[in-house]
Design a protein around this ligand. Structure first.
Ligand code: ATR
Length: 273
C-alpha cells in the first residue's frame, strides 16, 4: 500500500493522519498515513530513510519545514516564495518535489467562510514562517492593501520589502496601525502562551473578519479578545489545517477531496461540536 506520513516534533497530537485517512476513504484511494517524530538533528536521515524504503510522500510540520526546504531535489514556485516546505512528493522519475500548501489552505478556508479578499484591506499580524507562507497567496487575491505588523518591526519591514513586487504590501508598527481593516489574520504564536498581540481594541469593529491561524477545543486568546471587542465573524485555523491537507492530497494523488464533511468530523473528534 502507498505510504505517507507527517514529520514533526512533537507530532503525536497531529490531526493529519485522521484527515488524510478520511480523504482516502472518501476518494477510494488505497494508502496509509502515519506519524514520524525524529529527534531534531535526525530529520534529514529519517526523511531519506522513509523514501528509500518506498514512501510516496510526506507532510512536514514544526520544526522541520525550513530544513525540508533545503533537503528536496526541486521546489515548487510557492514553496520557493514561502521559504519552507510542508509537502513532499516522490515523483514517478524519482525526484523529491518540495511544495508548500499552507498559504493556499488559508485562502481556501477564508473563501469557504465567504470572506472577500479582492480590494480588501488586510492586516497580517506576525512576520515568522507562517506569515511568510501566507503572503504570496494573499497578494494573489488582489487586496487593496496588505499591512504587516510584528512585535519585532524590522522583521515585518524585511518581509514587506521581499514581497513588494507581488502587491501593495507595507510594514507598520502596532502603534502606527490605522483602520478600518476588513480582515485581520493572526499568524503570531502568541496564543500558544495565552498571550495577545498588542493590537489596539479600536481596530476591531462589527464588520471585520478575524482569522487566527491557531486553533483549539475552545476559542483562542485572540478570538476571545476580538469577540469581546465586537467582532462578529471569527475563524480559527482548523479549516486551514483541513484545506492545506486537501491541497497536499491533491498534489500526491491527483484527486481533490471534499473538505466540508472532513472538517465536521474533525470538529467532532476534537470535541468542538
Ligand atoms: P511561525 O513559524 O509559527 O510563524 P515563528 O517563525 O517563530 O513561528 O514566528 C512567530 C511570530 O509570532 C513572530 O512574528 C513573533 O514575533 P517576533 O518576530 O517579534 O518574535 C510573533 N509572536 C510570538 N509571540 C508573540 C507575542 N506574545 N506578541 C506578539 N507577537 C508574538
Amino acid at each position: 500500500m502507498d505510504r505517507y506520513l507527517v514529520f514533526g516534533h512533537p507530532v503525536r497530537h497531529s490531526k493529519s493522519p485522521f484527515i488524510h485517512t478520511l480523504f482516502a476513504r472518501q476518494t477510494q484511494q488505497e494508502l496509509e498515513y502515519g506519524l514520524a517524530e525524529p529527534a531534531v538533528d535526525e530529520f534529514a536521515h529519517a526523511l531519506r530513510t522513509f523514501f528509500d524504503q518506498g514512501g510516496k510522500g510526506c507532510n512536514v510540520t514544526v520544526p522541520f519545514k525550513e530544513q525540508a526546504f533545503t533537503l528536496v531535489d526541486r521546489l515548487s514556485p510557492r514553496a520557493k516564495l514561502a521559504g519552507a516546505v510542508n509537502t513532499i512528493k516522490l515523483t514517478d522519475d524519482g525526484v523529491l518535489l518540495g511544495d508548500n500548501t499552507d498559504g493556499a489552505g488559508l485562502v481556501a478556508d477564508l473563501k469557504s467562510h465567504g470572506v472577500t479578499l479582492a480590494d480588501s484591506r488586510i492586516l497580517l499580524l506576525g512576520a515568522g514562517g507562517a506569515a511568510r507562507g501566507a503572503l504570496a497567496p494573499l497578494l494573489a487575491e488582489l487586496p487593496s492593501e496588505l499591512v504587516i505588523a510584528n512585535r519585532t518591526h524590522t522583521k515585518a519591514q524585511q518581509l514587506a520589502a521581499e514581497f513588494h513586487d507581488l502587491g501593495p504590501v507595507t510594514a507598520q508598527t502596532y502603534e502606527q496601525l490605522a483602520g478600518p481593516f476588513d480582515l485581520v489574520i493572526n499568524s503570531t504564536s502568541a496564543s500558544l502562551q495565552g498571550e495577545l498581540p498588542p493590537l489596539a481594541p479600536a481596530l476591531i469593529h462589527t464588520d471585520i473578519a478575524i482569522y487566527d491561524m491557531m486553533y483549539g477545543a475552545s476559542d483562542t486568546a485572540f478570538i476571545s479578545w476580538a469577540k469581546q471587542h465586537g467582532a462578529r465573524q471569527t475563524m480559527d485555523g482548523l479549516g486551514m489545517l483541513v484545506e492545506q491537507a486537501a491541497e497536499a492530497f491533491t498534489v500526491w494523488r491527483g484527486i481533490r477531496p471534499g473538505t466540508k464533511q472532513v472538517l465536521r468530523e474533525l470538529k467532532r473528534n476534537l470535541g468542538v461540536i
